[in-house]
Write a protein that binds this ligand. Structure first.
Ligand SMILES: [Fe+2]
Ligand SMILES: [Fe+2]
Length: 342
């Protein structure tokens, strides 16, 4: 199997300072890299992850204050989920997020998971999920009502890795064929309560849970949206195999791009969702010590001679894009889990 689950997921934020306070202070991830968008070098690109296992846990953000809010639809994935250790940890999260004035919905039971939902300061829908391991609903509901909010994030609450991303697609068969042909991925399709569950798995864990909705509209990738998601391959050779297949079929793609911390190949699925295939190595610690990585603005070597100009432009924008903290968190939308089997 070439593709080994998720590599990273990239979103759009309107304000880096607010974004960093939320993802590090509220969600407890570590900033593992601070850089600029290599295709738009005067805008930041921040990376947060579980530092013990950045591949599969790195959520990254382009800071684009100038663009409007996005909304999900074809080309703009619906939501993403992080995995936590247990339903007990999830109950602590529920209390913790509410004590931070984040609006939270849950617990929700679906597809082998117990989940809670909330939005980040830009309005992006997030899910935290624990495996249901056969727990019964009354136990979980009681756990949620009886667990008092922790005063701080505790080790057992750690966000381990992504559980899944949920892009929207119109034609399940077409997307399945696309994944099989170009990525050698064989998704599982099941029908639950009249809905099509369409999962891509690695080690028997679903990591892309497609939402099939032929009547969905086109989405718009703006602030608070998922811009793209990347799946992981071990070697550049795997990436080249995929590239050759895309080229032979005439599928537009980026070619292999050196991102310094990994190599990337971008293309869109038949519904316009931007996908990336990224190599596991060399990793975020290739140009900074592991202990301190992410604490300063790092540029790939080919942008180092632009550093003064880049820093000046970022500083000038920060003057007119002041952070507002605490944020006014948006309500969780009604259809927070389109795959709900109820
Ligand atoms: Fe990416
Ligand atoms: Fe979900």
């Amino acid at each position: 199997m070439m593709v080994k689950g998720l590599h990273h997921i990239t979103l759009v934020t309107g304000n880096y300072a607010v974004n960093r306070m939320f993802y590090t202070g509220v969600l407890g991830l570590r900033q593992v890299k601070l850089s600029v968008n290599q295709d738009d070098i005067y805008h930041r690109h921040a990376f947060y992850a579980n530092p013990e296992k950045p591949t599969g846990s790195a959520i990254t953000f382009f800071e684009w204050p100038e663009i409007p809010n996005g909304f999900p639809g074809f080309g703009s994935p619906h939501h993403l989920a992080y995995r936590v250790k247990s339903v007990e940890a999830l109950a602590k999260w529920y209390g913790w997020l509410r004590s931070e004035n984040v609006k939270v919905k849950g617990p929700v039971f679906y597809g082998g998971l117990v989940s809670i939902y909330f939005t980040d300061p830009d309005g992006c829908l997030l899910e935290l999920a624990a495996g249901d391991d056969g727990v019964d609903k009354p136990y979980v509901v009681e756990l949620f009502s009886e667990t008092s909010p922790p005063n701080e994030l505790t080790a057992d609450m750690k966000l381990l890795a992504f559980d899944h991303v949920s892009p929207l697609v119109g034609d399940a068969e077409l997307v399945k064929k696309f994944l099989e042909k170009f990525l050698n991925i064989f998704p599982e399709t099941t029908h639950v309560a009249g809905k099509i569950m369409f999962n891509v798995q690695y080690n028997e864990q679903p990591y892309i849970r497609y939402v099939v909705n032929p009547s969905a509209d086109d989405g718009y990738v703006g602030r608070g949206s998922i811009h793209h998601f990347a799946v992981a391959v071990e070697t550049e050779e795997d990436q080249r195999t995929i590239l050759r297949k895309l080229n032979l079929a005439g599928i537009p793609n980026s070619g292999i791009v050196d991102r310094h911390w990994f190599k990337s190949l971008y293309f869109r699925d038949p519904d316009g969702n931007l996908m990336e295939v990224a190599t596991v190595g060399p990793g975020y610690d290739v140009d900074e010590p592991r202990e301190t990585m992410g604490s300063r603005l790092v540029l790939p070597p080919w942008l180092e001679n632009m550093r003064d100009r880049i820093e000046y432009r970022l500083m000038e924008r920060d003057k007119v894009n002041q952070p507002v903290w605490p944020p006014n968190y948006a309500e969780v939308p009604e259809n927070h889990e389109p795959l709900l089997d109820v």
